[in-house]
Design a protein around this ligand. Structure first.
Ligand SMILES: [Mg+2]
Length: 330
């Protein structure tokens, strides 16, 4: 199958769900007509076989995840999806595998449909399997959630549950074992992450800064602290409790507490939102969480200085550096 047949067959869909797409896949460029007065938010993420996913990864989940990680960046800015492009390098055995292509494009386009974010262009070439997506979003001027807005005294919040993806990855890499039901739920988080788009939009005008948790809570928090020129004190127990409500909740007894703490503090691939908001905004944060159907937990607060402090329930401190090396490529 040639490049054009492949695009027509698997990736060309009528761009529905957006009057802002004037022309989608099939010409030299796509044509978009963003609503007047909106700012464009643009982000690219690349997934490479062997680096970000295993060669035997489920193709439908791979399609989902490739787009989800990009949509998560829009969520972290409080932007709404507009459209995306896909650059795809395919080895010959994949290009000649209709079942793989069908599953990949179905996973990809199903998530695109869910969020009204049509595929409007891209490129394919022969090469090692590489998925590169550029996503476009819209946000009203001045309302984008940046990393640089955290203020002294702000609360630090995180959405959903943390650490599940890293627990699953560790089990798949045979670093440890998980009970089957715990592994199943955790794998869903690793392979089919949920971009927190509705929460991101609901936090416009409420959060002072935001980032999505792709590399791990502590590492991503450092980005906010550096961009904002502040420090933070994080309650390790509050962070751990976010994990207890997730997949590991049912089987948490079988997972050593120190491992659960490490995966929760530093495990990557969760794609939750980490954000700050003034203490006076607590009710609004909880309302944003409720209206978007995404739980949010308060896990600490912003302090003067530049240090990231991690506190146990008894008030003693843990060294955050021992967790920062525990990332998903360790
Ligand atoms: Mg990000």
């Amino acid at each position: 199958m040639g490049e054009f047949d492949l695009i027509d067959r698997y990736f060309k869909r009528k761009a529905t769900g957006s009057a802002q797409v004037v022309l989608g896949v099939g010409d030299d460029c796509a044509l978009l007509a963003p609503a007047a007065g909106q700012q464009l938010a643009i982000s690219s993420d690349m997934l490479v076989e062997g680096r970000h996913f295993m060669p035997d990864a489920d193709p439908s989940g791979l399609g989902h995840k490739a787009l989800a990680v990009n949509l998560s960046d829009l969520a972290a800015m409080g932007a709404s999806p507009l459209a995306f492009t896909l650059a795809l390098a395919l080895p010959p055995e994949r290009a000649a595998d209709p079942a793989w292509l069908e599953a990949f494009s179905s996973g990809l386009l199903a998530l695109a449909g869910t969020h009204g974010c049509p595929l409007v262009g891209g490129d394919t070439t022969a090469g090692p399997l590489t998925l590169s997506i550029t996503v476009l979003g819209l946000v009203p001027p001045g309302e984008a959630l940046r990393r640089s807005g955290a203020q002294l005294g702000d609360d630090v919040w995180v959405s959903g549950t943390l650490g599940q993806a890293r627990l699953a990855l560790g089990a798949l890499r045979q670093e440890w074992r998980l009970p089957p039901d715990v592994l199943h739920a955790a794998r869903q988080r690793l392979e089919r992450p949920t971009p927190r788009l509705a929460l991101g939009v609901a936090l416009r005008g409420v959060a002072s800064s935001a980032i999505d948790v792709s590399d791990g809570l502590l590492g991503d928090l450092q980005h906010i602290l550096q961009a904002s020129g502040v420090g933070a004190r994080i309650d390790a127990q509050a962070v751990l409790e976010t994990a207890a409500t997730g997949a590991s909740g049912q089987g948490a007894g079988s997972i050593p507490q120190d491992r659960l703490l490490a995966t929760t503090l530093a495990g990557g691939d969760d794609y939750e939102l980490l954000f700050t908001a003034a203490a006076a905004q607590r009710d609004k944060v909880l309302r944003a969480a409720a209206t978007s159907g995404t739980p949010a937990s308060r896990i600490g607060h912003i302090e003067a200085g530049s240090a990231l402090r991690l506190q146990r329930p008894d008030g003693s401190e843990l060294d955050p550096r021992q967790y920062l090396g525990f990332d998903h490529f360790a």
